[in-house]
Design a protein around this ligand. Structure first.
Ligand code: NAD
Ligand code: ZN
Length: 375
């Protein structure tokens, strides 16, 4: 109590007006093996009429599989298969919205994203853009969306990114890779069905799973940490340790990693990521490296920032026999390395979280280039 009074007095003396984030959460979530089959019942009351379709944006890995057969399409609903080989782009979102508007007179009843972070982000962005005019590039940034998105449902099929729970949809645009961060981005409904992740290849499982692990390390080691983020971050970290280091069964591991992804996403909602994510953005922008593997490529060399987390990362990598690609940056021209470093350093909140308010005194382009050269 005394401490609280002191903090309050300090704020008054400093004339600080505190503004706390008031962020949205996913209002409805179903969890359980086989829960994907509940999708039909979930969508039914949301159907405006038989002319207003549901649009299912589905990772093309599922084309021709049992998952495709279980998609509960009705009337003139549309299933669009999309490759996750590349991360979502603004022109891709714009083209999808244009197609939906030209294929149907009625606005859709809603958008359903089925897949990993790529499809989940794409579906969030499409849901926003069918209700908000112009190109998706207009909404990259913070709180630029004016009208609520179309009803949207997310069904993750791989665990780690936390995209199922976050208020951002990360898009690569002509000028920048930046999320549509808004209160309308968050899903209205999520279905967490661990049965859907059973087919993920081992390396991809590791890369996307390590994204979650790195979210936890960067959140827990960051200066933005608070009790809210810490409670979720610690839980996700503990689940990651069990999944990747303990000899638990496949089913238990699938279930726990799905929950780790959710908690990791919740943790960074109220804190921030850090050095690996900032530097991975640089890699992605210049070389097109995907998020999960990009984070791993950087994180392996970040001992000086996250000693314990990096040691654990290597232990996990060795246990699962994962060999990370080498010589990705070693021979790049200095101009490319400089460009990467500058993109990374432009992610100011990430550095402030990682190194504190005086971060500019602690890091520079040359230090980042020397880390990139090791990749
Ligand atoms: P992904 O969606 O890019 O998919 C990776 C690969 O796994 C693809 O080949 C895909 O076809 C395959 N795959 C997915 N599910 C599968 C399954 N069940 N069986 C077999 N193969 C399957 O992977 P990701 O790592 O989940 O997502 C990366 C994306 O997430 C990036 O675009 C990144 O920017 C984004 N991201 C978003 C947030 C957010 O909060 N919005 C956070 C982190 C990352
Ligand atoms: Zn991430």
């Amino acid at each position: 109590m005394k401490e609280e009074n002191n903090i309050e007095t300090k704020r008054m003396v400093q004339g600080l007006k505190t503004s706390f984030k008031n962020f949205p959460m996913v209002p409805r979530v179903v969890y359980g093996r086989g829960s994907f089959d509940q999708l039909a019942d979930i969508l039914l009351p949301k159907r405006k009429n038989s002319e207003a379709p549901f649009i299912f944006l589905v990772d093309d890995f599922f084309e021709g599989t049992d998952v495709e057969k279980r998609i509960p399409w009705l009337f003139n609903d549309q299933i669009i298969f999309i490759s996750a080989d590349e991360e979502p782009r603004t022109d891709q979102v714009d083209a999808l919205v244009k197609k939906i508007k030209s294929d149907f007179e009625e606005e859709p009843s809603g958008i359903v994203g089925i897949g990993g972070g790529t499809l989940l982000d794409l579906a969030k962005a499409v849901a926003i853009l069918v209700k908000n005019g112009g190109s998706s590039t207009r909404y990259q940034g913070w709180d630029l969306v004016n009208r609520p998105a179309s009803y949207h449902v997310g069904v993750p099929t791989i665990s780690g990114t936390g995209a199922e729970v976050s208020r951002t949809a990360v898009l690569s645009g002509p000028e920048r890779k930046l999320g549509i961060n808004s209160d309308f981005t968050t899903y209205d409904q999520v279905i967490l069905d661990p049965d859907l992740v059973g087919t993920v290849p081992k390396e991809q499982w590791f890369y996307t799973g390590m994204d979650c692990f790195i979210h936890c390390v960067e959140s827990l080691e960051g200066t933005y940490l608070n009790a809210f983020s810490q409670s979720y971050g610690e839980k996700a970290y503990e689940l990651c340790r069990e999944v990747f280091l303990d000899d638990i069964g496949k089913c238990e591991a699938e279930e726990k990693l799905m929950m780790a992804s959710w908690h990791g996403g919740m943790s960074i909602a109220y804190s921030q990521v850090g050095v690996a994510h900032a530097m991975s953005y640089g890699l992605s922008h210049i070389l097109g490296t995907k998020h999960g593997i990009g984070n791993c490529l950087v994180f392996q060399h970040l001992h000086e920032f996250y000693a314990e987390g990096v040691a654990l990362f290597h232990k996990i990598r060795e246990k699962h026999g994962i060999v990370l690609p080498k010589n990705i940056c070693t021979h790049l021209p200095v101009s490319d390395l400089e460009a990467m470093a500058k993109i990374a350093l432009a992610m100011e909140p990430l550095w402030e979280n990682a190194l504190g308010k005086e971060w500019k005194d602690k890091i520079d382009v040359q230090t980042l280039i020397s880390i990139y050269r090791k990749i």
